[in-house]
Design a protein around this ligand. Structure first.
Ligand code: SF4
Length: 354
């Protein structure tokens, strides 16, 4: 059974290195294989805005694989329809990474494509992605206005020419995203969940989870990502459909999730702003870890019932009285009569307690 490895923190470069070293990722790469790093550069935006993969994820991958004798590494991505990829690449700081490590960046919008069979008929996909001997998918876990969330499976849409991206939308996204998952098989997925947006893939309202996680099964990764965002699989139907199309499994057990460190290592949640601050109006927070607070924000976003409730969260409430009727989040607030267990609990488990 594949596993998922979690790490908390704020330094995407160091976190990436730790994840890769822990899973001994070099052993996954076939001998002599080239590596394509596929980040999310949907629009030209700073990763801190919640849309794009942090440059440190790329530099961490490059350093790790080079240190392990794997030198043929390329970064490749194509922004969404209507946005040019190269400005997005510069805005996210990838030009500096490419310069420093002498790594090529390829705009997949302008690459050769070919049609491949899929469970819903032929899909036109960039040949570079199809021919990569080892593709490392580097999505951002974030909200999406149509599909509710985007993570590993949907990030592969950047491997399509613009005309095919538009056709995916005309087909309603669910079936083609699931089918694409059966056509492009990444060797590894590292999810940047440091500050994915609340509900738009183009960013604007980042939620600071300060977490990254990795695994080899994109369907399992997306199922886990959905639970972190408080979503059940029925509300993100492309995940279950991808399983039916043979792209992976939706099933995972608590013992399949391995934490490399504790949520406290990610530090306290930064002062929320915008829509996130609005959702936080009734929260009594005292030294809450980012992952815990982010789970609560995600739960309040997906389940309106929670918004009028008095909610306590944070290490500062350990062992203190929490008023009757209030909801306590996580192990630190276990003195509350109504307590969501976990450290940190998932957004899904919080939403179920509202
Ligand atoms: S339960 Fe406490 S220690 Fe655990 S993640 Fe939440 S705030 Fe941090």
């Amino acid at each position: 059974m594949p596993k998922i490895y979690n790490i908390y923190g704020t330094d995407s470069h160091a976190m990436t290195l730790s994840l890769l070293e822990k899973i001994e990722a070099a052993n996954l790469v076939p001998s002599g294989a080239n590596i394509i790093l596929k980040p999310n550069l949907v629009v030209a935006g700073s990763p801190e805005n919640g849309a794009t993969t942090h440059a440190g994820v790329l530099s961490g991958c490059i350093e790790y694989f080079r240190e392990n004798g794997i030198n043929d590494i390329t970064i490749a991505e194509g922004s969404w329809v209507g946005a040019a990829t190269l400005p997005a690449m510069k805005r996210a700081g990838y030009d500096e990474v490419c310069r420093r490590y002498n790594v090529k960046f390829i705009d997949m919008k302008h690459e050769k494509t070919r049609k491949v069979d899929s469970p819903i008929g032929p899909l036109e996909v960039c040949s570079l992605a199809l021919d990569a001997k080892f593709l490392v998918n580097l999505p951002v876990l974030k909200g999406h206005c149509q599909t509710k969330m985007t993570c590993a499976l949907k990030n592969l849409k950047g491997c399509l020419p613009d005309r095919e991206k538009s056709r995916f939308h005309a087909l309603g996204l669910t079936r083609p995203i699931a089918a694409l998952g059966s056509v492009i098989k990444p060797g590894l997925i590292i999810v940047d969940s440091i500050c994915g947006d609340l509900d738009f893939e183009e960013g604007g309202n980042p939620v600071h989870t300060n977490r990254m996680f990795c695994g080899t099964d994109p369907v399992m990764i997306d199922s886990y990502g959905a639970s972190l965002m408080g979503l059940d699989l029925f509300s993100v139907p492309y995940i279950g459909l991808a399983e039916k199309f043979g792209a992976g499994t939706t099933r995972f057990n608590p013992e399949d999730i391995i934490n490399l460190n504790e949520p406290e290592n990610a530090g306290k949640y930064p002062r929320p702003s915008g829509r996130v601050a609005n959702l936080a109006k009734n929260i009594h927070e005292d030294s809450a870890c980012s992952a815990c607070y982010a789970a609560l924000i995600r739960a309040l976003h997906t389940e309106r019932k929670g918004r009028g409730q008095e909610i306590y969260i944070g290490q500062g409430w350990r062992g203190k009285n929490i008023p009757d009727g209030a909801l306590g989040i996580g192990r630190c607030c276990s003195s509350a009569k109504r307590n969501v267990k976990g450290c940190p609990p998932s957004a899904k488990s919080i939403a179920e307690m509202f």
